[in-house]
Design a protein around this ligand. Structure first.
Ligand code: HEC
Ligand code: HEC
Ligand code: HEC
Ligand code: HEC
Ligand code: HEC
Length: 476
């Protein structure tokens, strides 16, 4: 009993004696309230009800609540020290510290303050963090509150995944993904707070593997077969001459007999590669697992030994890397918009002028908005007065569309411009499929990864004004 008595005499009594001051009491209340809130969240997250997968929620768990907790812990000794100094200066330091006694009104008074302050703190800290967590879980938070995500947010809204929560593709399930996302989210928020984020933001590390993201919605064994792509283009002449390219893509997949074929059938789970840059545009080494379990390695003719970089098994996002954030090239963006009716192809030279206007350099989106609008108006006013007076509405509409295309693709403050984010799905605008299928990735047996134009598609028509196939299909 003796050691415990000593502890009580020398430590606990002075602790409670000096601790009985407003600052220490508030500190104690702050610590208790933030600890209770943290524990509450942990319990909720542990049982999986309403636990949040959002990385930015990390700012609350990893910084705010622990911060308040530590702040409270610091306030306690500061208050004690101040009270001790005050009593010493005024000569009121007791030789013997009073007993801890619930009947002592001064002790009870202190206890009351702690209790009341804890309840108030708990209500403030608890509801404050609960509301923040709930808010951070909405896509609005990911995309909007954080202006550095403006490019991805804009592109997301014109993609077929606009209804899919950011966290479904960006965060793996399970504890590991959860912790990883928390650490990452906190780091990113610090970067935003201290303006040290990279511009542009590139996908530095790959997303979690497709099995835990894409495949939770898409069936990898679906047989898609052939798909007809109709690409409409406009030329730089006065009439904005329209042509069409028809591509019959052999997407394939796994058919009802289990046989793999086509683009989807050829890669999944069977191809490994090494890339030497972060966006995986340069791929010097590729390996294929053959049906009999052996492997064939293909090495690019300009590969440098030794090859630095991690091996990666090819999955959905190696081709569909822009599934949710598809930025266009200026040509493709304008072609699609004109095919949809605006800018209207009846406006002379609208394709040539429009393209020059959206490709020009502007200091900001606001700057672009005014200069694109004025630029197009000036062109028709000075070169085509009759069109300017007769087709005013279409000119306004065209200017509006050009501004919109620019606004969806170029973000000067983030240094995101046309072409910043390469799209891997084809090979005309970016290396894409030709990162490997360029005919110069060769195996020991001299065979190379094929570059044959009919491997992936049949080109039914290339830049034809009136492809007869479209008429045959009744699609004209
Ligand atoms: C359908 C899946 C999917 C959804 C939903 C999704 N993303 Fe992405 N995101 C991707 C892929 C794929 C990449 C590119 C990864 C790569 O190239 O390695 C990416 C890349 C990014 C990047 C890196 C910069 C870049 O453009 O490459 C940011 C930032 C980003 N996404 C933010 C968001 C935000 C914010 C949301 C929600 C508004 C969101 N993402 C929703 C799949 C998705
Ligand atoms: C939460 C469910 C969900 C997840 C996760 C998801 N998708 Fe989708 N995906 C959809 C839906 C819904 C569509 C639209 C289908 C439609 O319009 O017919 C779609 C359409 C697509 C399309 C065709 C349209 C296009 O944009 O070309 C591709 C390709 C695609 N997804 C790839 C992916 C990839 C790659 C991933 C993983 C990075 C992924 N999806 C993750 C639900 C999902
Ligand atoms: C080797 C590259 C490659 C890989 C890997 C790949 N795809 Fe595709 N996928 C394509 C191409 C090319 C298209 C056709 C693009 C187009 O429509 O313009 C396509 C089309 C699609 C479509 C749209 C089909 C339609 O009917 O329009 C979906 C959905 C899709 N892929 C999902 C997936 C999923 C899920 C995975 C991973 C299991 C995957 N893809 C892996 C190249 C790939
Ligand atoms: C990382 C490298 C890589 C990329 C990128 C890639 N492929 Fe492949 N692809 C391969 C390899 C390796 C093979 C197997 C070649 C062989 O067996 O000779 C292959 C095979 C194919 C085949 C099947 C050939 C056959 O004989 O049946 C098709 C079709 C194909 N790829 C289409 C595409 C398309 C379309 C893209 C772009 C959307 C693409 N690939 C991107 C590496 C790649
Ligand atoms: C490894 C597969 C692959 C090979 C080999 C290939 N292509 Fe393609 N090509 C594609 C894919 C995938 C697309 C569709 C891109 C998209 O969805 O926008 C495409 C689209 C096109 C287009 C449509 C135009 C456009 O703007 O997208 C043309 C033209 C074309 N290819 C020409 C060729 C020629 C010529 C060759 C032979 C030198 C060739 N391709 C070889 C995969 C391939």
């Amino acid at each position: 009993m003796a050691p415990f008595g000593k502890l009580r005499e020398n430590w606990l009594r002075p602790f409670f004696f000096f601790g009985n001051n407003l600052l220490s009491l508030i500190g104690g209340a702050l610590t208790t309230a933030s600890a209770a809130t943290l524990i509450g969240f942990w319990v909720v997250a542990f049982f999986g009800h309403g636990g949040s997968g959002n990385p930015y929620v990390g700012i609350i768990f990893d910084l705010c609540l622990p911060g308040l907790f530590v702040l409270g812990l610091i306030l306690i000794p500061i208050g004690m020290w101040l009270r001790r100094r005050h009593l010493k200066v005024t000569g009121q330091l007791p030789t013997q510290y009073p007993q801890i006694d619930l009947r002592d009104p001064r002790f009870r008074h202190g206890l009351d303050i702690v209790l009341i302050a804890t309840v108030i703190n708990f209500i403030i800290v608890g509801t404050g963090s609960y509301r923040a967590v709930a808010h951070m879980d909405t896509p609005n938070f990911c995309g909007q509150s954080c202006h550095v995500m403006a490019p991805e947010w804009a592109a997301y809204h014109v993609s077929s995944h606009q209804g899919v929560a950011c966290t479904r593709c960006h965060i793996a399930e399970g504890i590991k993904g959860f912790v990883h996302a928390k650490v990452n989210g906190t780091r990113q928020l610090m970067q935003v707070a201290f303006h040290s984020y990279p511009t542009p933001i590139m996908a530095e590390e790959k997303l979690p593997p497709a099995e835990v993201t894409c495949l939770s919605c898409h069936n990898p064994n679906k047989f898609i077969g052939d798909k007809l792509l109709v690409k409409t283009s406009y030329a730089d002449d006065e009439q904005n001459s329209m042509t069409r390219t028809l591509v019959l893509l052999h997407i394939g997949g796994r058919d009802q007999f289990g046989k793999l074929s086509g683009i989807h059938g050829a890669h999944l789970g069977r191809i490994e590669y090494i890339a030497t840059d972060t966006t995986h545009q340069t791929i010097p080494w590729v390996s294929k697992i053959n049906a009999d379990g052996s492997t064939t390695e293909f090495v690019s003719s300009d590969a440098k030994e030794p090859m630095a970089g991690q091996k990666r098994v090819m999955d959905c996002i190696d081709c569909h890397n822009r599934a949710a954030h598809s930025f266009d090239t200026p040509e493709a963006a304008l072609n699609k918009a004109m095919a949809a009716g605006s800018p209207n192809a009846s406006l002379p030279f609208v394709r040539k002028e429009g393209l020059a206007l959206i490709k020009a350099d502007y200091s900001s989106q606001e700057d672009a908005t005014s200069k694109i609008t004025v630029g197009l108006e000036n062109f028709y006013q000075s070169q085509y007065p009759a069109v300017w007076s007769g087709q005013r509405e279409q000119i306004d509409q065209a200017a509006g569309t050009l501004v919109k295309l620019y606004g969806e693709n170029v973000f000067p403050f983030m240094k995101v411009t046309w072409g910043t984010h390469p799209n891997n799905i084809g090979h005309n605008d970016y290396p894409g499929c030709f990162r490997c299928h360029d005919g110069s990735h060769t195996a020991k047996n001299e065979k190379s990864i094929s570059n044959d134009c009919s491997l992936c598609h049949n080109l039914l028509a290339v830049d034809e004004a009136n492809p007869k196939q479209l008429a045959d299909l009744g699609m004209q």
